[in-house]
Design a protein around this ligand. Structure first.
Ligand code: DC
Length: 208
């Protein structure tokens, strides 16, 4: 198997299942995994602390991605806001592209991986689900961590973030033309994962 450089781009909205699928795909194939949302979340957290967004993006370190809990609702909204700024996005491109090209294969998940960061990725998936199903998943995740949220709040947050992420002019969230659509509204994450694995296996086999 030649996995010298093999990139799997997995895009989609919040709580679509793309994170779970990406992690499992990476573990299965032995690829490295980068959750690119963490980059925007780390910048968003710095902005909540009073730092200028561009300065935060330019100074971002890999260590920051592993510090503390970046998966809070407040940081998610802050991340979505900094992600609108073209200069912030530009400051994060090189890190993501270098990660994508590392030897042994890489999975990157986000919003613009198949369209902007890795337009030549070997495999592109766009994982989606209805806003209601995604909000329910996110609600269960946040409340299991003890967050004081209601289902309605989480649904409103998901919708607000979807609209901002898809409506911005810099690298909006959208499926690449050659992405395979995976709708997890009625498909279990396991079934979606099987689909992802078979698409990747076919591509790997075609390369050899
Ligand atoms: O995937 P996530 O929920 O952790 O992402 C948080 C925010 O970061 C998301 O609302 C928009 C932004 N983001 C982005 O603009 N581009 C990416 N590749 C990943 C995330």
């Amino acid at each position: 198997m030649d996995t010298h450089s093999f990139t799997v781009a997995i895009d989609g909205p919040a709580a679509s299942g793309k994170g779970t699928i990406s992690k499992a795909v990476a573990a299965h194939f032995g690829f490295a995994h980068l959750d690119t949302g963490l980059l925007y979340r780390a910048v968003g957290r710095r902005v909540l602390e009073g730092v200028d967004p561009l300065a935060a993006a330019q100074a971002l370190t890999a260590e920051e991605l592993a510090q503390g809990d970046l998966r809070t609702g407040e940081i998610a909204q802050a991340a979505s806001k900094v992600a609108v700024i073209p200069e912030v996005r530009a400051a994060l491109v090189d890190f993501q592209r270098a990660f994508a090209r590392r030897a042994g294969g890489a999975v990157l998940d986000g919003r613009d991986i198949g369209t902007v960061i890795c337009p030549r990725a070997e495999v592109k998936l766009f994982v989606t689900a209805s806003a209601e199903v995604r909000a329910e998943r996110r609600y269960l995740e946040l409340s299991s961590k003890g967050a004081d949220v209601t289902r309605d709040q989480v649904l409103a947050d998901v919708r607000e973030r979807d609209a901002r992420d898809a409506g911005r002019s810099a690298a909006p969230m959208k499926p690449a033309e050659d992405a395979v659509m995976v709708d997890t509204t009625d498909l279990s994450i396991d079934a979606a994962l099987d689909l992802a694995k078979s698409i990747i296996n076919k591509k790997l086999a075609a390369q050899n």
